[in-house]
Design a protein around this ligand. Structure first.
Ligand code: DUC
Ligand code: ZN
Ligand code: ZN
Length: 483
């Protein structure tokens, strides 16, 4: 007898959407087919769509911002919120601040997550201090232990690496088989425009979008692409916001470079106009890069619907709308002083389902790829996660495609206190969510406990493996170092 049988659902398998039952034993999918015997728990999914649980591979949890502000969500509230939105795996960051020992950083974040997470999690690193010891000694150990990706920044004074350091990191990533996620913004453009604006008295949150000009993003994207190509080491450009950045990535891919792209809800569903609110209200919409204009929104849609952008993540970076978070100086906070980042871990999938799948813009298969499967492939979790097939973890989200909700922060499960999507009408919502066959969410109730989530060691990211193969086959002929 199965532990769990889910019957009569429209199931998104790798072979397409099929009407089938799912049998689960010991947390793993063991049978797919019609007329399966009953399980200890037997769920009738008639009228529902059964999707692989989402993977949110870009979220900042229980992490200090560059300016030292703690996120509102810890591992409990963030993973709870993720689960209510249909996500069953998160990959947040173990963030190394300058001077910190990487091994200690990993240990600290691991303890927090182990005690509090209600769903499974992996980790990326944030590398802000790539010393020789970090790169030569610590990094290979961490990669061996299953943290096979790291984020690096081209901006933010306390995180940023210069191009020389970026090359060091890319070289190490290539040698040890890790994926580098790059935050692409030109620090000096932002710094220079910011100083001019503040000197002239322009402090309102809307000037955040002026300081973070699209050219700061596209220039840095082009530079990151150049560094990546120099060493033939793949990179993933994270949170792509602007039309020009999409074009730079697309052009690089057309030339055969191993460049991947990610975007997020804020670049599809918000624009810079949302920041133009009375007082400091606009701070609720400030992240970096900022939301841009409708042409950029369209370019991001096209990038996701085509093949330019492979993953859709939240970049959940929740800061409370008060002195402990976004507004260190209350109403007098300037755009430069605001903590950057938006909450989005719970609404990532419902927003895309509603505006993508339910409008007919996006196939359900593409939705699954962008919200789950491609993340698993990108970060070495496939096929354990991100897919409904025999042998995979039974991470499943049962969606009611017709359920309508009006978004209110009070109905969400994070701890941030507001949502930038307040008042939006959304159609389609997950009504039951399973992680390794265990019920996590049903009927608006959380059934999982802190500590139920397990650490997921990530394997070699698939694009790295592919890159190596292609290098061996001579597809990429330009190679400076043996990576
Ligand atoms: N930008 C980042 O780079 N990270 C967190 C949030 C943000 O706005
Ligand atoms: Zn970033
Ligand atoms: Zn981020």
């Amino acid at each position: 007898m199965f532990d769990l049988t889910i019957r009569n659902g429209k199931v998104c398998t790798e072979e397409g959407v099929v009407q089938t039952d799912i049998g689960v034993t010991d947390g793993v999918i063991v049978a797919l087919g019609t007329g399966l015997p009953a399980g200890h728990k037997d769920v009738d999914a008639s009228g529902l769509i059964v999707l692989p649980g989402g993977i949110d591979s870009h979220c900042h949890i229980e992490q200090l911002s560059g300016m030292g502000v703690m996120t509102a969500d810890d591992f409990q509230t963030a993973t709870r919120s993720a689960a209510f939105g249909g996500t069953t795996t998160v990959i947040p960051f173990a963030a190394q601040r300058r001077g910190e020992n990487l091994l200690q950083v990993v240990e600290d974040y691991s303890r927090l997550a182990r005690e509090k997470a209600v769903i499974d999690y992996g980790f990326h690193l944030i590398l802000s201090d790539p010393t020789e010891q970090t790169l030569a000694e610590h990094l290979p150990r961490v990669i061996k232990d299953g943290i096979t990706s790291f984020k690096v920044y081209m901006t933010y004074e306390s995180w940023k690496l210069d191009d020389f350091q970026l090359l060091d990191v890319l070289h190490a990533a290539g040698r040890h088989g890790a994926m580098v996620m790059v935050h692409c913004e030109n620090n000096d453009i932002i710094r220079w425009v910011t100083r001019r604006l503040l000197n002239d008295g322009y402090t309102h949150p809307k000037y955040h979008a002026v300081a973070h000009d699209p050219l700061a993003e596209s220039e840095a994207t082009y530079r990151a692409v150049a560094l990546s190509r120099l060493l033939s080491v793949p990179i993933l450009v994270v949170h792509v916001a602007g039309l020009e950045a999409v074009r730079v990535i697309h052009a690089a891919q057309t030339m055969g470079a191993h460049i991947y792209g990610e975007s997020c809800p804020q670049y599809l569903f918000l624009t810079a106009d949302d920041i133009d609110q009375p007082g400091v209200e606009g701070a609720k919409f400030c992240c970096s890069p900022p939301p841009r204009d409708s042409a950029s929104q369209q370019a991001v849609w096209d990038g996701l619907l085509g093949d330019t952008l492979q993953v859709f993540s939240s970049d959940h970076a929740p800061y409370r709308f008060d002195e402990t978070g976004k507004l260190p100086h209350g109403e007098a906070t300037t755009f430069k002083q605001m903590a950057n980042g938006l909450p989005g871990i719970e609404l990532r999938m419902p927003l895309l389902f509603s505006e993508g799948v339910n409008t007919g813009r996006m196939s359900i298969e593409k939705f699954v790829a962008l919200t789950a499967t491609n993340h698993a492939v990108m970060y070495g979790l496939y096929p354990r996660k991100g897919v409904i097939r025999i042998g995979s973890d039974a991470d499943l989200a049962l969606w009611d495609p017709a359920l309508k909700k009006t978004v209110r922060w009070e109905m969400l499960h994070d701890a941030v206190g507001y949502t930038p999507y307040e008042g939006r009408e959304v159609t389609g919502w997950p009504i039951a969510v399973f992680s390794r066959g265990r019920l996590v969410v049903e009927g608006g109730v959380l059934h999982a406990q802190p500590g139920d989530g397990q650490f997921l060691p990530c394997g070699e990211p698939a694009p790295i493996a592919r890159n190596k193969k292609e290098i061996q086959q001579g597809v990429i002929v330009k190679k400076i170092f043996a990576v």
